[in-house]
Ligand binder design. Structure first.
Ligand SMILES: NC(=O)c1ccc[n+]([C@@H]2O[C@H](COP(=O)([O-])OP(=O)(O)OC[C@H]3O[C@@H](n4cnc5c(N)ncnc54)[C@H](OP(=O)(O)O)[C@@H]3O)[C@@H](O)[C@H]2O)c1
Length: 267
């Protein structure tokens, strides 16, 4: 992150909720000066002003970056209320809203769409980015370094991939949290105390995720390593991997519905 550039010109963050707040914490932890950050949010959390960040105050005339982290449904109103982006790089984390929409609001501006996820709150997010035609290598590098404050970054070849990314990694933590909920509930139904079942389910998801990341490659190989012939896992997987009623078609419908909603939000 080019801190000198950002600290000199300033960064404006519009929307400081769950995602904007996680990003802000990451930037401040990386050394962005609180005095260089200007948050616009009618409901910014108290810690933001307490850290010395300007909240709903006067904005710099020529900020280096304008980050948009409001809900997609209110993006139209927010864009209409903002002035020109001047020479700022515009970075939006909103689902659905297209580069073309930002291009209409900020003619000629370099715009990068970014799709992070909530593990960003502990520095373990994964963010996909894609820029418009005006976003040159320096703009993409700056956007990437901003998002790397909260985890890894991957670059997309085409904006058309963004709704699928949103449906997989943007929304994905919610699917995984629901997996933990349902695994714990099933354990409780088999007679475990609820808190023990939740601990077992959470630790299993965390450990399996860490193992999959460390090993890389094909997760089917890791699944097979758990599955003894005619054992307990095989019995469980006979349900979970049923081609009609199992997890495969359910996750396919889940991701398709999320991606379709992303496309709707972009209309
Ligand atoms: N959460 C995720 O997992 C996630 C992941 C990837 C991308 N995103 C994207 O990140 C964006 C924000 O989502 P979020 O989950 O962080 O939502 P959020 O927690 O509701 O944060 C949005 C913030 O913007 C504030 N706000 C409302 N109207 C505003 C205005 N006119 N100007 C400035 N700020 C305003 C909200 O205040 P009020 O609470 O008073 O309305 C809230 O503090 C969305 O576009 C979403 O698609 C979210």
């Amino acid at each position: 992150m080019d801190l000198a550039h950002l600290n000199r010109r300033g960064l404006v963050l519009v929307g400081c909720g769950r995602m904007g707040g996680a990003l802000l914490q990451g930037w401040l932890a990386r050394g962005l000066a609180p005095g260089a950050v200007h948050v616009i949010d009618p409901n910014a959390p108290a810690w933001v002003a307490e850290r010395g960040v300007s909240v709903n105050g006067a904005l710099p005339a020529d900020p280096a970056v304008l980050v948009l982290a409001v809900k997609p449904q209110m993006m139209g109103d927010v864009l209409a209320g903002l002035g020109a982006a001047s020479g700022a790089l515009v970075v939006s984390v909103a689902a659905g809203v297209t580069l073309a929409a930002y291009g209409r609001a900020f003619p000629g501006a370099a715009v990068v769409r970014a799709m992070p996820n909530t593990p960003a709150a502990i520095g373990q997010g994964i963010t996909a980015i894609v820029g418009n035609a005006q976003a040159d290598a320096a703009a993409l590098d700056l956007a990437q370094s901003l998002m790397e404050a909260v985890g890894r970054v991957v670059r997309l070849g085409d904006e058309s991939q963004m709704d699928a990314v949103t449906a997989v990694s943007g929304s994905g933590p919610a699917y995984v949290f629901h997996l933990i909920e349902t695994l714990a509930a099933a354990g409780a139904a088999e007679g475990l105390p609820a808190d023990l079942a939740l601990d077992l389910a959470s630790a299993t998801v965390a450990g399996a995720g860490a193992l999959a990341m460390q090993e890389g490659g094909d997760p089917a190989r890791l699944r097979e390593a758990v599955t003894s012939p005619a054992g307990t896992t095989a019995a469980g997987l006979s349900q979970l991997m049923d081609p009609e009623t199992g997890l495969g078609p359910l996750i396919a419908r889940t991701v398709a519905a999320a991606a379709a909603r992303g496309r709707e939000l972009g209309q």
